[in-house]
Every structure is written in C-alpha cells, then in structure tokens.
Ligand binder design. Structure first.
Ligand SMILES: [Zn+2]
Ligand SMILES: [Zn+2]
Length: 283
C-alpha cells in the first residue's frame, strides 16, 4: 500500500476544485490513500496558543513572527474542516483526516481542543525552539546565536514533551533541524537515542517526509539516515509523506521514500483510522 499522510490544503480553500488536484496527482503517482494534516495555525481554536508560545515582541524575531501570524492564519474552525473532510469521504475520495500540531508548551489546552473532534491521526511537529520558528528562512540569522549542541538538546526536549503528553500518533519530519545544513561536529547519537526511546514509550510512529528533499536546502528525506537506523533499532513504525502544499506536490518522491525506508529494513507503513494504526506492506 502506498500512502501520503502529510499535506496541507492551506494555500487554497476548502472547495472541491482546489483539492481535486491533490487526488489527481496522488492517483498518477500510485498513491492509494492520502491524509490531510492541516497546520494547527489554520484554525481559530489554536490562535491564543500561538501568541502564548511565540516571541511576538518588538525584537526582529518578534516583529517577523507577528507578521507571519497575521498572514492567512486561523481562517477556519475545526468544525469547518471536519465538515469538509466528511464531504470528501462521503464522495468516496480515499482520504484520512489528520492534523499537524505545533509544539506548544500548553499540552493540556491542546488535549482539550483535539478531544472535540474525531481525527484519524494527529501529527506533532517541532517548529519552535524557545519561541523562535527555526525553519523560517527570514530568521535564519538566529541560528548563529546558539551552539548547535544546545539546539539539539532543545529539539530533543521538545520531542520528549510531545511524547509525554500522549496527544500524538506521529512525529512530523524528525530532525528537520538539518534543513539549512547546520551539521553537527559532535556526537549526536545520544540525542537520537533519547528521541527514539521517548517515541517508543509513547507508541508513536515517525513521518518519513520528502518535503525536506525538495523544499529545503538540505535536499534530503527526513529523518536522515542516522535517525532512520536508530528508529529501526527501536522498532518505531513509519508513515510516508510528501508534505505537499500544492496539488502537484502530492505524492512527490513517495516511491523514493519507500525505497529509502526499505534500505533500513522497513516492510510496512501504518494506515490510520480513528487514531488506530494497522500495518500494511510497503508498495
Ligand atoms: Zn511541519
Ligand atoms: Zn507540514
């Protein structure tokens, strides 16, 4: 079975004309089932959490992030989303309803929001470190302010927090902190083990994501080989995904992601329904 479980409709809107293209490209690439994982910043329910979590002061980071939060965010309610996804399913589209939630400190609040709706799966992704959106290319200069080893430590701590909350099924794009090619010159294995052990204990799946292959300077699938090896050793299951933001990217390089996973001994992908996973043979 071929799945693509991480993508976003946010550059368009919830209408059939926009999303048809995603299904079209999925079919062309032999993808049997897609899953939509709208960002939590699409939904008004999460708005307060962003203003609590992110630096939004008068600093350069704060000004940029405030502007980012003001652009095309919080346009829908989760009810709008659920209703639209229900319509797609009723029409027979092979689709699952997911969500990609940013790493908030207030996991209690996240739990309350998520509990109101029936998702097929919930992805937790680390996008922020100490209130800074480390993947914004406009804030790339912030990387130079910190030791890379501290960044790895913070990143691992954020993942542990997601795992401990019990709110998530899947960790999104693990170790995408490599996106701008800041490569460690220290031993990272202790961080990889720490993350893998936390995920294992939480019963979480990892997202083998090709978005970092075609959307970021690092041009590699996430997670990178050293974490794939570690994940396999800890028995962490996988999904495959394209992180598409445009219809034509749906299913992009999924065949490569499958071949990549097989290199590490993976044979199955997880198919989620109502937050329960069933393994299916990789195509
Ligand atoms: Zn993400
Ligand atoms: Zn994403």
């Amino acid at each position: 079975m071929r799945i693509d479980y991480h993508m976003h409709f946010e550059y368009g809107s919830y209408d059939l004309e926009w999303v048809k293209g995603f299904f079209h490209h999925a079919r062309e690439r032999g993808v049997d089932e897609i899953g939509i994982s709208e960002h939590s910043h699409t939904f008004v329910e999460f708005k307060d959490l962003y203003f609590e979590e992110l630096i939004v002061d008068e600093s350069e980071i704060g000004r940029y992030q405030r502007q980012w939060l003001g652009k095309n965010k919080f346009r829908y309610s989760l009810n709008d989303y659920m209703q639209f996804m229900g319509e797609l399913k009723a029409k027979g589209y092979p689709v699952k309803t997911g969500i990609e939630v940013c790493n908030f400190r207030n996991q209690e609040r996240v739990r309350e929001i998520l509990a109101q709706h029936q998702f097929d799966y919930v992805i937790g992704s680390v996008h922020f470190l100490r209130g800074w959106g480390y993947d914004f290319s406009d804030l790339k200069f912030v990387w130079d302010r910190y030791r890379l080893e501290d960044i790895y430590d913070w990143y691992a701590a954020e993942i542990s927090g997601l795992c401990a909350s019990g709110n998530y099924n899947i960790l999104g794009h693990p170790f995408n902190i490599r996106l701008f090619k800041h490569f460690p010159d220290f031993d990272v294995q202790p961080y990889l083990d720490r993350v893998a052990a936390a995920l294992q204990q939480a019963g979480m799946t990892i997202d083998v994501n090709t978005g970092t292959l075609y959307r970021y300077p690092v041009a590699e699938i996430s997670p990178y080989p050293a974490f794939m090896e570690t994940a396999r050793r800890y028995g962490l299951p996988i999904i495959t995904s394209s992180d598409a933001h445009q219809p034509e990217d749906c299913g992009r390089y999924i065949d490569q992601a499958e071949a990549y996973a097989k290199r590490f001994g993976y044979e199955d992908v997880q198919v989620f329904t109502g937050r329960k996973a069933v393994p299916h043979k990789l195509k």
